[in-house]
Design a protein around this ligand. Structure first.
Ligand code: SF4
Length: 376
């Protein structure tokens, strides 16, 4: 794949995170896996980004259809990562296409991956869907958008050509790349408000440290479990992303991101994939690094399963306890029902885990994992 030639005009690419059907501001997110991709897109385009629920929170009369970025965009990327965004992502695509019929609309994310063909068959105003990882496909699509004959070479792409809908035969599975900046969201309009809003959501704890910025870090991709209520299961990643299991980011990359975030004056981090599942060797390395550098982050960690007691000990040691939170998916008190949902641990084991936080200021809540932020 070549990069943009100087003689070609850069395309105007606009990323939009849509609103969801849920209320209460829980839709002010960005899929964490997408951040690295968008930082690459930014290098080869005139790039802009709008987080629609955030804009609406700042200005309730905000109308995206009047926005200058919509008027200028050649390519519009909309994430359809989680099913609660389905109606709004599709409706937004329809409204944009009605006023900008020459703009290209691309949907991607877990839900878009699962329903790629259905979306393309049903909604003619969606031009492309990406099924699976998007790093390489998106860059290739931007480069070749005016060359339909090349679409078949773009991996993971579902496209229209000669009145038919086609899937590329090429498959791409993203690899971790140290040069990929997967936490900087300065390209988003109101990015500071976004980071503060994340901090307020996740860590408005008993000490009232409201509005302190929180950056999300993607420490892994995929999942090894098949919880009954989840759209981002092991099987989904196997069938639609060609993953053979959970894929942890190398710990050296993780440490480098912690360093960069700290250097920006951000002291709270949300972890997309339960640190309790992280290889213990990596966790020790991360802990030793934080102690050695005297860096204390507040960390929001939402567990996939119940972590072991060694994790509790390491977590208590390495974090700023007063600004940290652990979410445990308790689901319900009935152990059989809990197991049927995919969470196999007893009430006694939960009790023991909680006891290891008796003398800790870490806030423990009952909460499901945040993996929906995580894959690209
Ligand atoms: S709920 Fe969490 S642990 Fe369960 S399948 Fe989904 S991402 Fe995996």
């Amino acid at each position: 794949m070549s990069v943009w030639k100087g003689c070609l005009a850069l395309k105007h690419v606009l990323y939009i995170h849509p609103e969801s059907n849920k209320s209460g501001g829980s839709d002010i997110v960005v899929p964490a896996g997408l951040i690295g991709v968008l930082n690459e897109v930014k290098k080869i385009s005139n790039f802009g980004a709008i987080n629609l629920p955030l804009e609406k929170r700042i200005n309730s009369s905000f109308n995206i259809l009047d926005d200058e970025l919509i008027r200028a965009a050649d390519i519009i990327l909309i994430d359809l990562h989680w099913y609660v965004f389905s109606h709004t992502a599709i409706e937004l695509s329809r409204q944009i296409k009605a006023i900008r019929d020459n703009a290209v609309i691309v949907l991607g994310g877990i839900t878009a991956s699962i329903f790629s063909l259905e979306i393309m068959n049903t909604f003619s105003f969606v031009d492309f869907t990406i099924r699976g990882d998007a790093e390489k496909p998106l860059l290739m699509l931007i480069e070749w958008i005016d060359n339909p004959d090349n679409f078949c070479y773009i991996p993971n792409l579902c496209y229209r050509l000669n009145d038919g809908i086609h899937f590329s035969e090429h498959v791409y599975v993203g690899r971790y790349d140290k040069s990929l900046n997967s936490h900087d969201i300065s390209w988003m309009r109101h990015s500071d408000e976004f980071l503060r809003y994340q901090g307020r959501l996740e860590l408005s704890n008993k000490n009232g440290t409201l509005y302190e910025k929180l950056a999300w870090i993607q420490n892994a991709k995929g999942c090894d479990f098949n919880c009954s209520y989840c759209g981002g299961t092991c099987d989904v990643f196997k069938n639609f992303y060609s993953y053979d299991g959970m894929r942890f980011k190398p710990v050296t990359y993780l440490i480098s991101e912690f360093e960069q975030i700290h250097a920006k004056g951000i002291y709270k981090i949300g972890i997309t994939h339960d640190l309790g599942l992280q290889p213990k060797k990596d966790l020790h390395e991360l802990c030793n690094y934080m102690i050695r550098k005297n860096i204390k982050f507040g960390i929001a960690n939402f567990c996939f399963q119940l972590p072991d007691l060694e994790f509790a000990r390491i977590f208590n040691k390495m974090v700023n306890q007063e600004n940290s939170i652990i979410g445990i998916p308790i689901i319900c008190g009935d152990e059989l029902l809990r197991a049927r949902s995919g969470k196999c641990y007893s009430n006694k084991e939960i009790e023991l885990f909680l006891e290891s936080f008796t003398n800790s200021d870490v806030l423990i809540v009952s909460g499901k994992c945040k993996s929906t932020y995580s894959a690209s």
